[in-house]
Design a protein around this ligand. Sequence first.
Ligand SMILES: [Zn+2]
Ligand SMILES: [Zn+2]
Length: 461
Amino acid sequence: MKGLVRCCSVTLQVIGSMGVVEKATTLLEQYPLCDHCLGRQFSILGHGLTNGERGTAIKRLLVLEGSKLLLEKDEAGKTLLRQVAVNGFSELSFATLQALGVEVELGETSCYLCGNAFTRLDGLSEKVVERLSSYEYNSFLVGVRAGDRVEDREDELRARFKVRWGESIRSDFSREIGKRVVKATGKEVAFKRPDILVTVNPFTENISLKVNSLFVYGRYRKLVRGIPQAKWICSQCGGSGCEKCQNTGKLYPESVEELISQPLLQATSGTDVKIHAAGREDIDARVLGSGRPFIIEVVNPVTRSVNLHLLEKEINSTSKGKVEVEQLEFTSKKRVRKLKAGEGAEKVYRAKVRFEESVSDEALSRLEETMEETVIRQKTPTRVMHRRAEKLRKRRILKLKVKRLNPTLIELLVHCEGGLYIKEFISGDGGRTSLSVSEVTSTPARCVELDVLKVYVEESN
Ligand SMILES: [Zn+2]
Ligand SMILES: [Zn+2]
């Protein structure tokens, strides 16, 4: 025990093998440390203690140790008590010295590591609670930005004194603030996907919030033609409004995106909204049957507890028979990736096909037979060539059924792999798509109406 209060004579090896009491003594000999910051150097020792409690316990033990040495007339006891009183801000040590009639000068000291920021934990946590109170949330996480200087200082101290049981000042702060926020709000801490991520700098007391998006999954049907899936920004003015778009900034007054997301945006008071869908249909195609899966993402939502049943009703009534949604449910960002991966999912289309001249029954049965389980090769369609690179696409037709409506008009049911350009599959696009309906029937054909009847996607949340 004697050597430990004379640090200079102690070799580094000895420091490395020191016990808790000796190490704490050595640290306090060099630096003023508050209970939290002393305790944090031993944070993996003992469960169910805060670092503050650890520090307090260690300092008390040092006071007992110092008193014992003094009783044995060992002057080292006085030195130890002085250090714990001055560098450890210990009132107990101070009172003990006073009781023994030893004079101690207490200077204005602040903790070498935290500058006494841990004494402001309660006030800081109240500020965090205050900031959070403008939002509705179930879970949160506190992240701490302490600044490099603070962390470097602790790293140096640990390297110098071979501290192996410590944790970072950042996790100490974030846990302590988190605990106080839980106590005040009853909300829970979530390490994965919290509703709100709070970043606190305990030194500047700067607090910033990152509110995570709210995701709502559903399926939509588009019951009318002529509405684009996403908002179509006017190409002439880029959205600022011009004569061409009648100052709306968009080419179409409505979109599926706007019709289904506006009521949700209003209900959540978010700042923005995005739609993620499993593929997209042409403006002139309807989406019927079980509909197309989508996820709406609300950015910065203030409210999260939306009644989805009522929302569904509202969307369906404000969309006035143009768009219908169903199966709304809350979901996560993870599912957006799944949904997008499902762009290549199998689909069933219904198309009305007009032939330039009447087509024989024999040609129509040939069409059904030839197309079943057939791979169609498509060069980038002429109509999208201006915005898509030239590429060869191969997509399989799984099944095709023909129903005659009159000598030149038929209805096709096409079950195919996702990504097939269906209009070109019918017309042949001047030979760029092969096989095609025109090619197999030897009669020029074109698609006059197109509906998406089914989009096959994995249904797990
Ligand atoms: Zn401190
Ligand atoms: Zn415009």
